[in-house]
Design a protein around this ligand. Structure first.
Ligand code: IMP
Length: 426
């Protein structure tokens, strides 16, 4: 009986899709526990490249049940479009299960996301404009509509009428937008309700009963630790909890069900959107990494900001998630550098810090990275099949990160394909 959590240790886009996909072979359920279609996973299996935003990557495996958990916010139109796309590629999506507790992203949430960003001007967060923040805000304010509300259209309409009164007042009077019509939304969502019905179930019960039968669960987070609403670089964060604690509330499993927590850690760091990023590069090295690493968002296509590996962030992620091991991704992108920099600590107000200082919010804006320089390697490592095949300097780089993070690195990824993963004995 076991449940494994996979969590991004940086600002998202660490390559969780690949790790999930690799481990999905060994599990019975793959559960998305938070976020919505603000995420993007690229999965490459053989000749097929799949871009998933909401459907858990386990959908690729006939023996895996993909689950959209209680903590997710779900845009039904987007989900159905994604399912249609998968079906068109010959993928069977009939095993998908969706929690009735998941909150629905509504048209006014998308609209609010876009207009509030515009009003924030220079202080905007750079959201994905998918309505994620406004949906979670309504969830917390207890005026959200949930997947289960789709199955009693009378209740759905009652709740919608109540919430739309307030939303329309804000949209028209504050933001100078047109009001939305409840009848239009009801008609649209009634169609979704019919199509989604076969997938809805009590996913918490499904998972517990599966585990009681000895089945295994993989909980996959979207985004990353530093985008966590409570533990990230607030306010430049997403509105949910990608950290391992969020995997429990977002799925209905308990702490004793968890057997390991795998941190997905890129060999360098990227970030999309606004917010502090101590090791950010503004030079040719950064451009080179972005180009070779194809650092463009899967969901929004936006160019990602790029920086050197940051051990302070990695140590923080180790603590806040209780990481048991790391899956290091995209090491191949760092081939062909004379030297590589690694941030081992920050300098802040004349002091050196291996962990974030108490005033995290200010410190992360004002810290200067203290770098170490390691020798690079020139060899193409994308064909390496075993750890021992790696050039010495590549091994040294990985071992050095491991030492700095104090959590073992069990897997090293040297390319996007499933076979380009080296497993180490730890
Ligand atoms: P939201 O999640 O759309 O509200 O956006 C909030 C912040 O999280 C923005 O800086 C986004 O760029 C960032 N973000 C959201 N989803 C992802 C992701 O999957 N990868 C990386 N950044 C993300």
């Amino acid at each position: 009986m076991s449940a494994i959590i996979i969590v991004g240790t940086q600002w998202g886009d660490e390559g969780k899709g690949k790790a999930t996909d690799l481990l999905a072979d060994q599990v019975d359920y793959v559960v998305r526990y938070q976020g919505g279609n603000n995420a993007g996973h690229t999965i490459i299996v053989g000749d097929t490249t799949l871009k998933l935003h909401l459907v858990p990557s386990g959908v690729m495996y006939p023996d895996v049940t993909p689950v959209i958990g209680d903590g997710v916010v779900l845009d039904p139109g987007v989900l159905l479009e994604e399912l249609d796309g998968l079906v068109a590629q010959g993928i069977d999506v009939s095993r998908l299960k969706i929690s009735g507790n998941a909150h629905l992203i509504m048209p006014y949430h998308r609209e609010m996301d876009a207009v509030t960003e515009r009003y924030l001007g220079k202080q905007k967060l750079g959201t994905t404009k998918r309505g994620i923040g406004p949906t979670y805000a309504d969830k917390a304010a207890r005026v959200g509509l949930r997947v289960q509300d789709l199955y009693d259209m009378k209740i759905f309409r009652q709740k919608l009428d109540a919430v739309l009164r307030e939303k329309n007042a804000i949209l028209t009077r504050v933001y100078n937008r047109l009001p939305m019509k409840a009848a239009d939304i009801e008609t649209e969502y009634a169609v979704y309700a019919e199509r989604l019905q076969p997938y809805i179930c009590n996913t918490m019960q499904l998972l517990h009963e599966g585990m009681e039968r000895g089945e295994t669960v993989l909980l996959e987070g979207a985004q990353g630790t530093m985008l966590d609403l409570d533990h990230g670089t607030y306010p430049f964060v997403t509105s949910s909890n990608p950290v391992s604690g969020g995997a429990l509330s977002g799925s209905g499993l308990g702490p004793k069900d968890i057997t390991s927590v795998i941190g997905i850690t890129k060999a360098y760091v990227t970030r999309v959107g606004t917010g502090p990023f101590p090791t950010e590069l503004f030079d040719a090295d950064g451009e080179k990494i972005a180009r070779i690493g194809h650092e463009f968002g899967t969901t929004t296509g936006r160019a990602r900001r790029v920086g050197w590996f940051d051990a302070v962030v990695a140590r923080y992620a180790g603590r806040v998630n209780g990481l048991t091991e790391h899956f290091l991704t995209k090491l191949d992108v760092l081939s062909d550098f004379e030297t590589l920099k690694v941030c081992r600590a920050y300098e802040y107000q004349g002091e050196e810090y291996e962990h974030f200082p108490d005033d995290f919010q200010t410190a992360i804006h004002k810290s200067t990275p203290i770098y170490e320089e390691l020798p690079g390697w020139k060899e193409d490592i994308t064909h390496c099949e075993r750890w021992d095949d790696l050039p010495d300097n590549a091994k040294r780089y990985v071992e050095h990160l491991e030492q700095l993070m104090d959590v073992p690195i069990r897997w090293v990824s040297v390319g996007p394909a499933r076979r380009q993963t080296l497993e180490r004995t730890i």
